[in-house]
Design a protein around this ligand. Structure first.
Ligand code: GTP
Ligand code: MG
Length: 214
């Protein structure tokens, strides 16, 4: 459901307008010391490598080459910042759970992400992307633990729903709801999306804009 239950049409329209603005890449950051100044409402996208974070950012903004996507897991190695110059900043986070990543890379990821999550005053929400075909895996639970520990508000977004049969999608939704039910920092609603078909993107845009102008 769109966030403004009194007027869902207005919430969707506000989301559409904010995302129709031109978005631009601000910078990529590999170390916490290089973070851009904290300004505006920041929203981050996290999730396993290859889950579709960069594709979702491109689909939300309608700018197909804004964030770099790839078939090769581990494409996004830095925190990449994008802005619509209208007060909303989106952060594309490096994916976790890439099986062939060296331990040093995993440690660097954990440090960068945890320092960012803990210290970022204007970070309003993290969207944790879960592949609709796979559901919540062990390394997703570890990521959710980090978010709960850092007390950062987060919400689950199912990706690649175009690849899942409707009956199966309902099962994954139910299982995902159960997986977050007792988590303190989790938003209870789950958004089912597809960057390929555009499903759910209007709702996600409306949610993000509502965080900017509550
Ligand atoms: P890392 O940067 O490696 O962490 O990956 P990522 O999460 O940014 O994934 P990315 O957006 O690069 O997408 C990975 C692959 O999944 C690409 O081949 C995309 O085309 C594909 N993909 C992403 N979203 C969707 C979707 O909604 N539907 C389908 N069918 N494929 C998708
Ligand atoms: Mg990426």
């Amino acid at each position: 459901m769109p966030p403004d239950a009194d007027d869902p049409g207005a919430a969707l329209e506000a989301g559409r307008i904010a995302f129709a603005r031109p978005w631009r890449f601000v910078m990529g950051v590999a170390a916490i010391a290089g973070l851009p100044e904290a300004s505006g409402t920041e929203i981050a996208f996290a999730g396993r490598s290859n889950v579709g974070k960069s594709s979702l950012i491109n689909a939300l903004t309608g700018q197909g080459t804004l964030a770099r996507t790839s078939n090769t897991p581990g494409r996004t190695q830095e925190l990449n910042f994008f802005t619509n110059d209208g007060g909303i900043v989106i952060v594309d986070m490096p994916g976790y759970g890439y099986a062939r990543a060296p331990k040093a890379d995993v440690d660097a990821w954990t440090r960068l992400v945890f320092d960012f999550l803990r210290g970022r005053a204007n970070l309003r929400r993290v969207y944790v992307l879960i592949d609709a075909r796979h559901g919540v895996k062990a390394n997703d639970r570890e990521a959710l633990d980090i978010l709960d520990k850092a007390a950062v508000s987060y919400q689950i977004v199912l990706t690649k729903c175009d690849k899942e049969r409707p009956g199966e999608l309902d099962k994954v939704l139910a299982a995902t709801r159960a997986a977050i039910a007792k988590r303190p920092a989790a938003h209870p609603e789950i958004i089912a999306t597809s960057s390929a078909t555009g499903a759910g993107l209007d709702v996600l845009r409306a949610e993000i804009v509502a965080l900017h102008a509550p």
